[in-house]
Design a binder for this molecule. Structure first.
Ligand SMILES: Cc1cc2nc3c(=O)[nH]c(=O)nc-3n(C[C@H](O)[C@H](O)[C@H](O)COP(=O)(O)OP(=O)(O)OC[C@H]3O[C@@H](n4cnc5c(N)ncnc54)[C@H](O)[C@@H]3O)c2cc1C
Ligand code: SF4
Ligand code: SF4
Length: 367
């Protein structure tokens, strides 16, 4: 006997779409599908929606710096308020293709998961996002020294001013170093891509810390400064006034007796090796395809690209967001909307006329 179906029922005229992943990409697509009259099963592995964006802090100083983190709340709201979207957090989906349909079993991810929910889907939307590169694979002291952390771990601390200071005994750290491109643009490990978010995220975080604690000195070690936002020249000029920006790649980190972390690097100008000690080292660990993506993609019949990211489209399977390649939040939203409309077109729900600029695709018939 089949387990009970607990999601709202769907019919041939109102098909169901299975959305895997409840980050910005999955939330955006789920809202588009529901507005178009479809039923949606949104399956999120972790216990809460939002994906990585839910861990980001607001970087406003005396003004908004357009980091995009607050785009999450309206996306969550649109999903929470929609009766056509059945949200399954803390859950995983087992999917079996049956002709041009998908039989899905949605099961709680915890050991004593209970009875699975079954649903039949006309299409699958893959929005399972990215993993953060584990910097323990580099000799940068991560996992060895407590004051070597990732940018995502810094975000956790920056979400509250007290949380940040608590990590340093109530006083702001005197000297912080940010190391860019950790696990990105690195041919040694086959990560040839730029992760796109991390230069801007670093500079905004560094300026936020300086705004709160002007006595803290911040150095950013970089290869190139990429994708730094809407007005790059003005923003970079502000950063150069406020931060020390050094084009160099420190290769190793060593703990010092007084609890600091010593970095050394080659200085192009003087042709000498330099070194300096910092109270906190923040590693801009980039994005990589999640380890379980090959298995998920194979189950869905979706190809991967040569670098291991998901292809855009398979048979009734559509992928969007950072599961396809590194993307910022704004890019993820745009990518997810485009892919959602392609899925609606494949189901005959809309007609899409592509203009020369894909972002300006004219969409007709969306209810
Ligand atoms: C430190 C850091 C700082 C950043 N700062 C910025 C910034 O300032 N501005 C900006 O624009 N972008 C920033 N980004 C990038 C931003 O986080 C991404 O653009 C965005 O999160 C991509 O959304 P996504 O939905 O594609 O992926 P994710 O956020 O990774 O969401 C994917 C979701 O899918 C779930 N999932 C995974 N596998 C499964 C499965 N098998 N079944 C069900 N669910 C699954 C995950 O739990 C997750 O909730 C930052 C990223 C990091 C790491
Ligand atoms: S875009 Fe970023 S900096 Fe601006 S208000 Fe939103 S969260 Fe804050
Ligand atoms: S955005 Fe900057 S730090 Fe991130 S991979 Fe690209 S160049 Fe490196």
């Amino acid at each position: 006997m089949n387990p009970p179906v607990s999601s709202p029922s769907s019919s041939a005229s109102c098909p169901r779409v299975l959305v895997l992943g409840g980050g910005m990409a999955g939330l955006t697509a789920a809202a588009v599908f529901a507005r178009a009259g479809l039923f949606v099963s949104l399956v999120e592995r972790s216990s809460r929606l939002g994906g990585h964006a839910a861990r980001l802090s607001c970087k406003a100083t005396d003004r908004c710096v357009h980091c995009g983190a607050c785009l999450l709340e309206p996306a969550l709201q649109a999903v929470r308020e929609n009766p056509r979207i059945a949200v399954h957090t803390g859950s995983l989906a087992r999917i079996r293709r049956a002709g041009d349909r998908f039989a899905c079993e949605i099961q709680s991810a915890c050991a004593a998961g209970g009875v699975p929910t079954t649903a039949e889907a006309a299409a699958v939307f893959l929005a399972t996002g990215f993993s953060v590169f584990n910097p323990a694979r580099k000799p940068l002291g991560y996992g060895v020294y407590a004051n070597v952390i990732t940018q995502l771990e810094l975000e956790d601390r920056l979400r509250s001013a007290e949380g940040f200071l608590r990590c340093f005994g109530g006083r702001p750290p005197g000297r912080i170093a940010f190391l860019q491109c950790v696990g990105s643009r690195d041919a040694q490990i086959g990560h040839l891509w730029c992760s796109t978010f991390c230069c801007a995220a670093t500079l905004r975080a560094a300026r936020k810390i300086r705004h709160r604690h002007p006595e803290t000195a911040i150095t950013v070690f970089y290869i190139d400064l990429q994708s730094v936002g809407r007005e790059p020249d003005a923003f970079l000029a502000e950063c150069r006034r406020d931060l020390r920006l050094i084009r160099a790649v420190p290769g190793e980190a060593f703990g010092t007796e007084d609890g600091g972390v010593r970095l050394s690097w080659f200085d192009e100008a003087s042709r000498r090796s330099l070194e300096e000690t910092f109270d906190l080292v923040v590693l801009s660990a980039g994005m990589e395809p999640p380890a379980d993506l090959p298995e998920t993609a194979e189950a869905l019949g979706l190809p991967l690209d040569p670098l291991g990211w998901a292809a855009e489209e398979g048979a009734r399977v559509f992928a969007a967001g950072a599961v396809r390649r590194p993307m910022t939040i704004a890019e993820t939203i745009a990518d997810s909307r485009r892919a959602a409309f392609r899925l609606l077109a494949a189901l005959g729900r809309v007609q899409i006329t592509l203009s020369p600029e894909p972002a300006a695709a004219a969409v007709e018939g969306l209810r």
